[in-house]
Write a protein that binds this ligand. Structure first.
Ligand SMILES: Nc1ncnc2c1ncn2[C@@H]1O[C@H](COP(=O)(O)OP(=O)(O)OP(=O)(O)O)[C@@H](O)[C@H]1O
Length: 205
């Protein structure tokens, strides 16, 4: 996946969040979007996900030089973000089985293998609404990083994780993100230390 922003600008009401953004997110590379609270990191990530459109300029997605139409972007994209809800009435096994029915896992991984990869085997039959916040974050990471998509978007991915959880996150990135375009919105080097490129959103005000 390659994403090209050409003179891209996004505003909410009268406030421009970013403007004149010319940037190419190259296939297979890893990027961080940094900037203070409220500067527009999550907004840019939502634009990259195709969920939010720009107000001026363009944001175009392509795969192996073939353009992806805006309504298809979601099927090539995985997103982990604090504002995304899990289906908490489901057990983990039910939730991942449901998820797999429309987005398969990398390398044909089974639901049980995905659960093992984030060390939640002991809780596989527990309803997600009974999980701790760190356990829920591991579910979000599994759902995002282990889905077989060329684009991985991570918004504050280590939210609620302890030291072991952060180590797990880094291991998942190393094992499953090579060759995929990954973009992390964060100000924490522990979350984006693996990225080759850092984009400071405040440059585009
Ligand atoms: N749906 C919306 N409607 C109106 N304004 C919005 C909306 N979403 C975000 N904003 C505004 O856009 C600006 C950028 O918000 P955004 O969440 O992208 O920042 P951020 O850099 O990710 O912040 P943080 O580090 O706090 O997560 C903020 O001023 C916010 O109030």
């Amino acid at each position: 996946m390659t994403i090209q922003l050409h003179n891209a600008g996004k505003r909410y009401n009268r406030d421009w969040i970013f403007r004149n953004l010319n940037y190419t997110f190259q296939c297979g590379k890893h990027y961080a979007i940094t900037g203070p609270n409220g500067s527009g990191k999550s907004t840019l990530l939502q634009v990259l996900s195709g969920a939010v459109s720009v107000n001026e300029g363009s944001c175009s997605h392509s795969l192996k030089n073939a353009a992806i139409s805006p309504e298809k972007i979601f099927s090539y994209t995985s997103l982990c973000a604090p504002y995304l809800e899990l289906v908490e009435e489901f057990t983990l096994t039910e939730f991942l089985t449901f998820h797999q029915s429309f987005k398969p896992f990398v390398g044909g991984m089974t639901v049980n293998a995905v659960i093992d990869a984030v060390h939640l085997a002991h809780a596989r039959h527990k309803k997600i609404n009974e999980y701790s916040s760190g356990m829920k974050q591991r579910v979000k990471l599994a759902q995002c990083i282990l889905s077989d998509t060329p684009l991985v978007l991570l918004d504050e991915p280590c939210t609620n994780l302890d030291t072991a959880g952060i180590e797990l996150y880094n291991q998942l990135i190393k094992t499953y993100c090579s060759g995929r375009l990954a973009v992390v919105s964060s100000n924490d080097i522990a979350e984006y230390g693996f990225c080759e490129e850092v984009l400071d959103i405040t440059r585009f005000k």
